[in-house]
Design a protein around this ligand. Sequence first.
Ligand code: NDP
Length: 483
Amino acid sequence: MGTLHKNYISGEWAAGQSEIENRNPSDLSDLIGLYAQASTDQLEATLDQAAAAQIEWESYGIERKYAVLNAIGTEMIERAEELGTLLSREEGKPLAEGKGEVYRAGQFFTYYAAQTLRQMGENAESVRPGIDVDIRREPVGIVAIISPWNFPTATASWKIAPALAYGNAVVWKPANLTPASAVALTEIIARQDIPKGLFSLAMGAGSAVGQRLVDSPKVNAISFTGSVPVGKGIAQSAAQNLTKVQMEMGSKNALAVMDDADLDLAVSVALGGAFGGSGQKCTASSRLVVHQAIHDAFVEKMIAGAKAMVVGHALQDGTQIGPIVSAQQLQENLDYVALGRSEGAELVCGGQRVEMPTDGFYMSPGLFIDSSNTMRINREEMFAPLAAVIKVGSYDEALHVVNDTNFGLTSGIVTRDLARASHFRRHAKTGCVMVNLPTAGTDYHVPFGGRGDSSYGPREQGSYAAEFYTTVKTSYISSGQPS
Ligand code: NDP
């Protein structure tokens, strides 16, 4: 039997109505622990407590809020090795990526700590003489945060940190596949000088705890990252209560490789963008749009590069691709391999389940060639270590293919031509554009988000996060005396 890890409800650690097991996808014999599943009553109680706590937190003063956020971020950065190991153990990304994620998550807290001291308003002359206008941002109230498993600590942190910094209460429903990282972050937050009930951890199934949160009229704003179908359902539920929403829902990102590209750079950018994190990134480049003049040489080097990538246990030295997160996700990936073949694309390497000394969900990175942009493997988010090459005859065709998608999170181009790079940057219909860089990999102090089915609502991260986590108040002030 594993240790039971509890929820954090109304400012207390609480057992749930049931428990789930959390197992290491690199080694299914490794039971990480048991994790409580919150009940409906617990959710209601913690939402009520959050309302009172939010009012107290709002009046804390900016230096006190700064200290809380800074302490959380500093501790995460200091414990990145330990917490990153736990993250890699439960999610399956290679250890260096797990540590890097926790370090980055800490930076979100230290960044938003500083933002608490930078909350400036505006003022204006009224059109009426003798009246001043004051414009400032106030907290929205209670924010429900629903986060995915692929970046269990970073995604949650880039939502929790600004929510708290701008004066809100938080109820967090993490993905049930990665509860250990959620408990670890909650333990740090719970030790801080915050009002009782300001921050809650409510683990449980999305269809139960998540849906209940989304339906609750007590929630003022919902920040979600996950799949498009769930996101659309959340938007519909939120509309019933006119709850503010912010959603990031993945993508089908394309990397354009031009005939003038530095070939080695293009291959390294494509390998990292397509297969990093086992392709389980909303920013992964699963479409490789390659100019015909460089196509054969590019494909040859990609095959060699993909075959050389070391698939293995997430915590083992040298592993570059850890296991897939779950049996279900692995099966879906293998189904996409079969689908791609049936659609007429040629699988030139990988894309297979791999046996390892430990029982886990291992899969080799797979590359398709001879694919077209109309195939389902090029239209649906696979979330797998799979990429498909689409051959094009010109830059114009490449740009058209890159933009021919329902999504629009990131896109990239590899070229030595400044004019092409500039044109691409202006005309790519995505929220983020990368020039000579992988489509995955973004900073924490600038906005992140996309277009189309990728995002809905205000941008995340950087100072732009204020748009979602605050509401604007305009005050008119008269001295009461004739001017
Ligand atoms: P989901 O969208 O199902 O899950 C994301 C989060 O939403 C989880 O915390 C989940 O809870 C929760 N959730 C699920 N249903 C509801 C609901 N009805 N109301 C409220 N919350 C809910 O994604 P999956 O994890 O199932 O992954 C499926 C696919 O989604 C992936 O293959 C990938 O294509 C895409 N995805 C995209 C991500 C991105 O970064 N944009 C991240 C993750 C997935 P729980 O899982 O605990 O039940």
